[in-house]
Design a binder for this molecule. Sequence first.
Ligand code: AMP
Length: 111
Amino acid sequence: MKDCLFCKIIAGEIPGNKVFENDKVFAFRDINPQAPVHGLIVPKKHMDNILQCDAETAAALTEAVGEVARLEGVDESGFRVISNCGRDGAQSVNHLHVHLLGGVQLTEKMN
Ligand code: AMP
């Protein structure tokens, strides 16, 4: 989608620190990491947020979470996945994405 930051990263128009890619999903490191491991997993097809996510995309994102966790070395230690949605969810980029946070003991607090 025109003027979408993550669409531009997927298209290679803006540099992204890629971790994983397949036909449906692109994963890259967050530019402002909030944990030692902070990946963003996004569908290649533009959708604004999780409200627009279909079952096929949800499956592809879930599989990619596992791939990224293994590639980033946190599959055994554990990690957290979050998808912010809308204003109150503090979503700042309106292209569906899943944050994968790990590499440190996270707190129980989630807000
Ligand atoms: P959210 O606030 O859930 O919409 O998350 C958007 C995330 O995108 C934030 O954690 C930002 O740090 C991250 N971000 C913004 N611009 C870039 C970029 N050019 N490359 C990688 N991550 C980015």
